[in-house]
Design a protein around this ligand. Structure first.
Ligand code: SAM
Length: 259
């Protein structure tokens, strides 16, 4: 897949950073020594961690060179490094592993989350937030449009491009971590983001969930796909009483503290 586009991602930075702040607010740590922001993206979540814990060593980790370059430009005083969350092993045990809006891109959560939890220092915290929106119109319509058009062969199986089946039920995350943890807090929240129009909703997902659908397409296919998809989004998210569209966006939060 092509690299991430930090400029497009940060277009909706306030909305994307709100769950990051709400996750961090629930982290029960007073003064961690080492905090790792896994999937730090352009550094928006890393900045929150550094502001809450000015005495901590804060390291941002990401698999995208473009995102890391953006994060380094934003926070020149912090350390950032290339890492794949699937295989990352820290040099020493972190007190906080924080992963906002990243683990939904990785498979095998039944192994991944206990693995990350097992990397913590005693008393450390794993804090995770993941969009849980694969059944929302934004994502269902990506798969529907992908299956029916001249772009279908290039995209392949829409269920694969759409990462179907990766997310577990909230209670399943609790069951995975609770036997090994001092405390596990799991919750699910649906945000309703105010969007200017249907095109803004398409721009929002173009930076994230739509990437696996668009990346394999040539310019002509991409224009055709986006036109068909935007028409579906237009109908699925009608104007509200003030003319804006409301983008319903469920997210799952997990905060687990080690013994
Ligand atoms: C949606 S952004 C989240 C950025 C930021 N944490 C935030 O709160 O807005 C997802 C980030 O996860 C990164 N990512 C995706 N797969 C990854 C992996 N396997 N290992 C590390 N980072 C990954 C992407 O490069 C991207 O920067």
């Amino acid at each position: 897949m092509a690299d991430w586009n930090p400029a497009l991602y940060t277009r909706f930075e306030d909305e994307r950073t709100r769950p990051a702040a709400e996750l961090l607010a629930r982290v029960p740590l007073a003064a961690p020594l080492l905090a790792c922001d896994l999937g730090c993206g352009p550094g928006n979540s890393t900045a929150l961690i550094a502001a809450r814990y000015p005495g901590a060593e804060v390291i941002g980790l990401d698999a995208s060179p473009a995102m890391l370059a953006s994060a380094r430009a934003r926070l020149p005083g912090l350390a950032f490094a290339l890492a794949d969350a699937a295989t990352w092993i820290p040099e020493r045990a972190p007190d906080l592993i924080y992963a906002n809006a990243v683990l939904q891109w990785l498979p095998d959560h039944a192994r991944l989350l206990p693995r990350l939890f097992g990397l913590l220092a005693p008393g450390g915290v794993l804090a995770v937030q993941m969009p849980d929106n694969l059944a929302e119109p934004t994502h269902r319509l990506m798969r529907d449009v992908a299956a029916d058009g001249p772009w279908a062969a290039a995209i392949g199986d829409p269920a694969v491009a759409g990462r179907l089946g990766r997310m577990l039920e909230p209670a399943a995350y609790y069951d995975l971590l609770a036997p090994h943890a001092a405390e596990v807090d799991v919750w699910r929240t649906a945000y309703h983001h105010r969007m200017a129009d249907a095109a803004a909703i398409v721009d929002w997902v173009s930076a994230t969930g739509l990437r696996p659908f668009l990346d394999p397409l040539d310019a002509g296919e991409r224009a055709g796909f986006l036109s068909a998809y935007t028409a579906e989004i237009e109908a699925a998210y009608p104007p509200r009483s003030d003319g804006r569209r409301l983008l319903a966006f469920p997210r799952v939060f997990i905060v687990a503290r080690a013994r």
